[in-house]
Ligand binder design. Structure first.
Ligand code: B12
Length: 297
């Protein structure tokens, strides 16, 4: 049996959306809001239908209490640190509150308004917010569940952006990457994939926690022009250096190896083999452009 769903009248929904009752009725009749008809022919709207309408139209619930929703108290003991622009502040707060709809709306609006590329907007909002959440977690001003929930929301948003891109051209250069064993950080490698896809690369993030042998096997299967390694956690530095060298030793010399990430060891970099170290997604874009240009020259 389907779970019980409370339903609301167009008048209640109008109040919640800060719209007129006649607009809500029109949206119902046009099919923009899924509507249930009672035996007496009255329109009834489920919570699910309201959620779908809000997500599809980038609206917000101006008055959630009018449909019986509690306004979740923001359990933060201080503001999240980060960028100062209104979009960044709103996105950070919505992410900490687990408000996926608002996060999605801010992200989409920014893409539309600025015309900036997806990975730039993602970096601007998502990276900033996750850094802020990390800081707040460290200061115990937000809970672990809020960080985990924020992470999942970001991954879904990145996935949606990736899905909105056209499929790579069959002749597109191939790239793959991920993180080594012991590195559970999913967002950075997903952002690298998005960045390269947007540049027209056939890029695949293989995810996290991959044994070096799996990287080597993937290199044989993919025959890539580029491999990226995202480094957010290094449990055992000597082992990391050994694994990184073992991987590169197995690659044909024309494969570019790109390293990046907050935990890339500062010292001992001369022991690593790489084509580029990128501190930011914009640096990766520049490098990928150079690489494509040199291949087609
Ligand atoms: C989410 C999170 C986790 C999650 C990750 C889950 C997941 N599914 O991904 C989990 C739960 C695993 C986790 C665990 C831990 N975490 Co944690 N975590 C974070 C948090 C809040 C966000 C990470 C993130 O996604 N950031 C967003 C990404 C996009 O930002 P980024 O990493 O800076 O990446 C950018 C660049 O570095 C670059 N980049 C990255 N990789 C690459 C690769 C290439 C090729 C290129 C070009 C660029 C590039 O581009 C990215 C976009 O700009 C950070 C806070 C922070 N500052 O990031 C803490 C943070 C990293 N965690 C921290 C800690 C302490 C831990 C734990 C030790 C906690 C514990 N006691 O268990 C464990 C350690 C886990 C381990 N095995 O190492 C600390 C690390 C402190 C330190 N000095 O190292 C941080 C900084 C929080 C804090 N402020 O204290 N964590």
């Amino acid at each position: 049996m389907a779970a019980y769903q409370p339903t609301f009248s167009p008048k209640q929904v109008a109040k919640a959306l800060n719209a007129s009752e006649s607009s809500v009725k029109r949206w119902c009749d046009q099919g923009a809001i899924e509507t249930i008809r009672t035996v007496g022919g009255h329109r009834k709207i489920s919570l699910d239908a309201i959620r779908k309408f809000i997500a599809a139209t980038n609206r917000t619930l101006a008055d959630p209490t009018s449909i019986g929703l509690k306004v979740t108290p923001v359990s933060r003991s201080s503001e999240l640190p980060g960028g100062n622009e209104a979009d960044q502040i709103d996105f950070r707060n919505a992410l900490a509150d687990g408000d996926e709809t608002v996060c999605r709306r801010i992200l989409r609006n920014r893409i539309e308004r600025t015309g900036e590329n997806l990975s730039r907007v993602a970096d601007y909002l998502i990276t900033d917010a996750m850094h802020g959440i990390g800081h707040a977690w460290d200061e115990s001003s937000i809970d672990v569940y809020q960080e985990r929930r924020g992470c999942d929301i970001c991954l879904r948003l990145i996935h949606e952006m990736r899905s909105s891109l056209p499929l790579p051209n069959p002749n597109a250069p191939i790239a793959f990457g991920g993180t080594f064993s012991g590195d559970p950080y999913q967002i950075p490698t997903a952002l690298v994939e998005l960045t390269l896809r947007e540049l027209g690369w056939n890029a695949t993030s293989l995810g996290c926690d991959l044994p070096v042998d799996s990287f080597i096997k993937a290199a044989q299967d993919y025959q890539p022009s580029m491999i990226w390694l995202s480094i957010s956690a290094v449990a055992d530095e000597p082992q990391f250096f050994t694994d990184q060298n073992r991987l590169v030793d197995q690659l044909p010399s024309e494969v570019a190896v790109v390293l990046g990430g907050r935990a890339l060891p500062e010292s001992g970099r001369e022991k690593l083999q790489y084509s580029a170290i990128c501190n930011a997604l914009s640096e990766l874009s520049d490098f990928a452009h150079l690489l494509s240009a040199s291949k087609s020259a």
